[in-house]
Design a protein around this ligand. Structure first.
Ligand code: PMP
Length: 416
């Protein structure tokens, strides 16, 4: 460990020890060591998370919240402990504000459908930004169309920064909710959330934050951000797929109707009517993804053991190293150069299609994502078909960056 700006940073051998916790990184792809640079799509899982899932099925498996039997009580306790862990991780005030979902998309859909049923009328507006993932556009598009309401868009500049100066002008008494990403998945821009929520608060408008790309890389404190809803996915932060979190302020969740009906979310049912369970269960219909929640709790422990500040510094070091090594290659063009960035390196090579480059990188063991990254409006704004995206995690290392550079050089040679 060494002290850097008062953060105790793990040294190279410690980072290698963390890397060794990820069995898949030992794999070879097409005869080369795997260089996994598609972390923004999904992260890899440490053996501790994998073992949690195995242990769950070997020692704990029982349905939660319903059995009088001991095993069900143990599994309910573990499940509810996972909720408390997620609550502490984002510093929510109460466990009642933490709803288990399938992931970010499911969490946004929950809010879009439930909020619009209660609060959206014809002529109303929902404000999103020009940087959003389709998951934070399409649900709002569906519900605004259903209710005769409209979507407004906060624009961005060529660097991929939101035009915050225009934010206040886009807000009116028709605006009912604002939905914005914390970090852009295709360009890596980190948006100034506290500034946006401060302005929204002056107008009394709730703010939903899509935190899918923030939570794996930054310390997130929903009380400091002062947002009303915050959504994220377990699978992007070392946890299993199919589990995610919706944080919602009780004040809003209490006023919103259930999203889905079923077991668990009710207090009583007869053929005329039903009454609903208390928070958070009102929004958790059916048997939840129990082992997913437990795996997510282990992932949170793992991240916190390293420390979010150390993770951030490590990832930005790798990002900057990669940018440095690649920027002199012929035709290299960075896409997204916001002043506040996360470790997402989106780029193009002049004259080459991103897909062709991606295929040749894969042939050399390097996994990147190419295309529009579920942000077609961002690509339309930039007037490009897509990008090549290398996204970093703390378990990547300098050799990964060098292998990316060598593979890209070869791809350019072959394709030019
Ligand atoms: N928002 C952002 C910014 C994302 O990057 C993603 C995943 N690519 C999502 C939402 C959707 O997440 P999920 O597929 O886990 O629901």
């Amino acid at each position: 460990m060494k002290l850097n700006n008062k953060i105790l940073l793990p040294d190279a051998s410690e980072w290698e020890r963390y890397r060794n916790d990820f069995p898949i990184l030992k794999k070879r792809i097409n005869g080369y060591p795997l260089v996994y640079l598609d972390n923004a799509a999904t992260s890899q899982k440490p053996r501790q998370v994998i073992q949690t899932i195995v242990d769950y099925y070997e020692t704990l498996n029982a349905n939660v919240h319903r059995g009088v039997h001991t095993l069900s009580q143990i599994s309910t306790d573990a499940f509810e402990q996972a909720r408390i862990k997620a609550q502490a991780f984002i510093n929510a005030e109460s466990h009642r504000e933490i709803i288990f979902t399938k992931g970010t998309s499911n969490a946004i859909n929950l809010v879009a459908y439930s909020f619009s049923r209660a609060f959206l009328s014809p002529g109303d507006e929902v404000l999103v930004s020009a940087l959003e993932h389709h998951s934070n556009i399409v649900p709002w598009q569906i519900v605004t169309k259903e209710r005769g309401a409209h979507l407004r868009i906060l624009p961005m500049n060529e660097k991929g920064e939101l035009l915050i100066g225009q934010f206040s002008n886009l807000i009116s008494d028709k605006t009912k909710i604002i939905a914005i990403s914390h970090v852009s998945n295709s360009l890596g821009t980190v948006n100034p959330i506290s500034e946006l929520t401060r302005i929204a608060r002056q107008h009394g408008i709730p703010v939903l934050i899509d935190g899918a790309q923030a939570v794996p890389h930054l310390k997130v404190d929903v009380q400091a951000l002062d947002c009303d809803f915050y959504c994220f996915s377990g699978h992007k932060m070392l946890g299993p797929t199919g589990i995610g979190i919706l944080f919602g302020k009780e004040e809003w969740l209490n006023k919103m109707p259930p999203f889905e009906g079923g077991g668990e979310m009710i207090q009583s049912v007869n053929y005329n009517d039903s009454t609903y369970n208390e928070l958070p269960f009102k929004f958790e219909a059916g048997t939840p993804h129990i082992e997913g929640a437990l795996g997510l709790a282990t992932a949170i422990d793992y991240l916190l053991h390293i420390g979010m500040d150390s993770i951030h510094q490590r990832e930005m070091f790798l990002y900057k190293l990669a940018l440095n090594r690649l920027s002199d290659l012929p035709g290299f063009k960075l896409v997204g150069s916001a002043s506040d960035k996360s470790p997402v390196l989106s780029f193009l090579i002049d004259g080459l299609h991103p897909y062709d480059v991606g295929v040749l990188l894969d042939k050399q063991g390097v996994a990147v994502r190419t295309g529009h990254h579920c942000t077609q409006p961002v690509m339309d704004f930039m007037q490009i078909p897509g990008t090549i995206r290398a996204s970093f995690s703390f378990y990547n290392n300098e050799d990964d960056v060098l292998q990316l550079e060598a593979a890209l050089k070869k791809a350019i040679q072959i394709l030019s």
